[in-house]
Design a protein around this ligand. Structure first.
Ligand code: PEP
Ligand code: MG
Length: 750
């Protein structure tokens, strides 16, 4: 038995050696493919061996064959999922049948002459989750390919994938195009709007395996074992260093350790090596299979674990190849960052040097997305394949508005995209020219323009955008980007720098707004059935007074004699505000006792984010120093539609008559009690929405800095009385949303 296995392994190695010799010959891609199909057919005792490669993401093409009609080469094509070959490609799984013509999904291709072949074995050719093609062997006899033969063919397919990546099969036609050369369009999801052109900068440079086939399996086994030992030691060290640290990190490291010690993982790699693969190729084969499973897995936990295995494989490959994170490559002057995912702190390290960001995973609500938004860097998330397709230095264009990425774009795309950027730049020029002007409408009403911020890096935008102040400073970002609770002294120093940078302009600090979608990495997440309706924002603050007090102290100390504006988030009833304010007064008294300079004046406001507050007692409206409508939350509760749920989010228009009427009621109450009111949700930064908010009586808006120009520009050109009239008419007519009527009106005015 041992002997039989060894014989097979020797045969497998022999085939790989022959493949390597074929590759070493100085021939063209097509000639190599022809030779390879011949070698594989011969070595597996099959009458047919064919290689199908993708000519585009949806179509496979027969690129070489031994046994099928030669005329069919480059003529026979099938869609992903079509026929047995298409099925192998679609599901990334082996199809092995003794009776192909009666197998499910079989499609008859007369030009190939394959109807006489009964047995069919197809294995996917894939590399790190990227589908490259299908390798097939067929025979007339109804022969069942053994598990061992399947395995051997998978090893060969792995080598083919590596060779394809190295450009060994480049030739005529789309299917033989050089890898990483063709233009590629990737569709993802908008994380942050904006257009950017630049060159690829890979956050994690890929490890390149240049020697998939090895001569001496024994030497490779030794290399693999030594590398795995080194890996195990490094994982143990990471674990020792993390003891007592955050539990999520510990969990990941424990998973690393489990994989690093997994006998199955090791055994499979050793077997691959005994069949002729190099240690690196064996690791990558396992990694490719894990990626393929990852792409199919629906279970979140399983996906996470496969991710861990992927990370671990990368570490092992780096040990084996000696290729570190730092490849010596120089960051381009206009870098577009490409990563599978990235943490907020790492993103902040790159800071504003980045022109754009494309993530293979990520999510719109992730912390990295929050940071990208704060830095106003165009971001596309969920751009599948980007990390395998892009090479450092590739030309790339990111359309953050559409969630589209053009990798290595052709001339027509480049021209169209540049036109778009030029138009945006032109608009920017126009905005710059009105930067120091007020947002005064044609009918003479002036709307105060403030900006939203959350990072120190946002502050320069105060000047460049022409904002009158910061209407919303989201303090939780400082908590979100850290691995542990920031210290009071750190926060105080930061708030102090924010106030310095604002040079006298008003900054409204919103106290910690965590919970719901904003989970602190170092605070145990609560298992709540409805986090958006759960323990969040001021509810956490009032129940955990220590954190709230610490933040209030930090703010008071930072103000050090300057005016201070504080706003409590998510206040749902009067009592919550008065309790928070009482806490504030206590802190003030204590700070005075400790000898700290108190702020010159202090105003304490609340965010109106729940419909209940619109109906709070008059006393609340009289007591509160100011109110700011958090439209993002208010809208989700008004319509009972989760702001994170794409399915329902867009169902309800902000310009819905009911919502506008509701907002108008709040404006009236504030006017009656002389309470200053602003609006700081995302809608404030959308031109048509901003016009309607102003028409409903709002006189202060706070938005992303990049929105100030467009919103101010349009406000300066409208007659709010006219818009108001249109809204009244729409209301009387019973329109659901005033948007169509307002749009028609605005068009008629230009
Ligand atoms: C809002 O809810 O509108 C708001 C501004 O706060 P956030 O988006 O941070 O919840
Ligand atoms: Mg909110």
């Amino acid at each position: 038995m041992v002997q039989a296995t060894e014989t097979k392994e020797t045969e497998s190695r022999k085939l790989l050696q022959r493949l390597r010799d074929a590759m070493a010959e100085d021939s063209a891609g097509q000639a190599r493919l022809d030779k390879i199909t011949h070698l594989i057919a011969d070595s597996t005792g099959s009458e047919v061996c064919s290689i199908y490669l993708f000519r585009d993401t949806e179509t496979l093409e027969l690129c070489a064959t031994e046994g099928l009609n030669a005329e069919a080469v480059h003529q026979t094509r099938m869609k992903l999922g079509e026929g047995l070959v298409g099925r192998v490609a679609r599901f990334g799984r082996v199809v092995n049948t003794t009776d192909a013509p009666s197998a499910k999904g079989f499609r008859y291709m007369p030009e190939t002459g394959e109807e006489i072949y009964s047995s069919f074995l197809g294995v996917p050719v894939q590399r790190l989750g990227e589908k490259l093609g299908v390798l097939v062997v067929q025979s007339k006899e109804a022969r069942a390919y053994s598990a061992d033969e399947v395995y051997a063919l998978e090893v060969v397919a792995m080598v083919l994938a590596e060779m394809a990546e190295l450009g060994a099969f480049v030739g005529e036609g789309a299917a033989l195009a050089a890898p990483h050369q063709n233009p590629s369009l990737l569709r993802g999801t908008t994380g942050q709007e904006g257009a950017a052109e630049g060159h690829v900068w890979l956050h994690e440079p890929r490890v390149v395996v240049t020697n998939p086939i090895a001569e001496d399996p024994h030497a490779e086994l030794v290399r693999l074992r030594e590398a795995v030992d080194e890996l195990r030691v490094s994982v143990d060290q990471m674990l020792d260093g993390a003891v007592g640290g955050d539990s999520e990190q510990m969990q990941v490291l424990e998973a690393y350790r489990m994989f690093a010690n997994s006998k199955g993982w090791m055994r499979r790699m050793e077997e691959d090596i005994s069949r002729g693969l190099s240690a690196e190729a064996a690791v990558e084969k396992e990694q490719s299979q894990a990626r393929a499973r990852m792409n199919m897995a629906n279970d979140a936990y399983l996906r996470e674990r496969l991710h861990d295995l992927d990370d671990l494989s990368n570490r092992l490959l780096r040990i084996l190849t000696g290729q570190g994170q730092n490849t010596g490559a120089e960051m381009p002057a206009d870098p577009i960052l490409i990563a599978r995912n990235i943490g907020p702190a790492e993103l902040l390290d790159y800071g504003r040097s980045l022109k754009g960001i494309v993530l293979e995973e990520g999510s719109v609500g992730s912390h990295a997305a929050i940071v990208a938004r704060a830095l106003a860097i165009p971001l596309v998330v969920h751009a599948s394949r980007i990390t395998t397709d892009a090479l450092n230095g590739n030309h790339i264009m990111v359309d953050g508005d559409q969630g589209i990425v053009h990798l290595r774009p052709d001339d027509t795309v480049v021209t169209a995209f540049r036109d778009k950027i030029a138009m945006q730049a032109k608009a920017q020029e126009r905005y710059a020219s009105i930067r120091d002007k007020t947002a005064t409408t044609k009918c003479g009403k002036t709307i105060a323009m403030h900006m939203n911020a959350g990072l120190m890096a946002d502050l320069p935008s105060l000047d460049s955008s022409g904002a009158e102040g910061v209407g919303l400073f989201r303090t939780e970002l400082q908590f979100l980007v850290r691995n542990q609770m920031p210290k009071r002294s750190e926060l105080s120093a930061l708030y102090n720098r924010v106030l310095d940078a604002a040079s006298g302009k008003r900054v409204v600090f919103r106290t910690l707004d965590i919970g719901s979608d904003k989970v602190l990495p170092y605070m145990k997440p609560n298992d709540e059935p409805n986090p958006a309706l759960g323990w969040r924002a001021i509810r956490v603050g009032l129940d955990r007074r220590g954190v709230m007090r610490m933040q209030l102290q930090a703010l008071i100390r930072a103000a050090a004699g300057r005016p201070l504006s504080i706003m409590f988030p998510f206040v749902a009833q009067y009592e919550e505000y008065s309790q928070a304010r009482a806490e504030m007064d206590k802190v003030l008294a204590r700070e005075a006792k400790l000898g700290h300079t108190l702020p010159e004046v202090i105003e304490v406001g609340a965010m109106l984010e729940t419909p209940s507050l619109a109906f709070a007692p008059d006393k609340f409206y009289e007591e509160v120093d100011f109110l700011s409508i958090g439209g993002n939350d208010l809208k989700q509760f008004f319509f009972a539609a989760d702001r994170e749920n794409e399915r329902v989010r867009k169902r309800y228009d902000t310009l819905n008559v009911s919502f506008l009427t509701f907002l108008e009621g709040i404006v009236k109450r504030c006017e009656a009690s002389n309470t200053s009111l602003s609006f700081c949700g995302e809608d404030a930064g959308r031109p048509i929405e901003a016009i309607c908010l102003a028409a409903m009586g709002l006189r202060s808006l706070s938005m992303r800095p990049a929105s100030i120009g467009p919103v101010k520009n349009i406000l300066r050109s409208v007659d709010l009385d006219g818009v108001r009239r249109i809204i009244e008419e729409a209301r009387l007519r019973g329109d659901q949303s005033v948007r169509p009527a307002v749009m028609t009106y605005l068009q008629s005015q230009h």
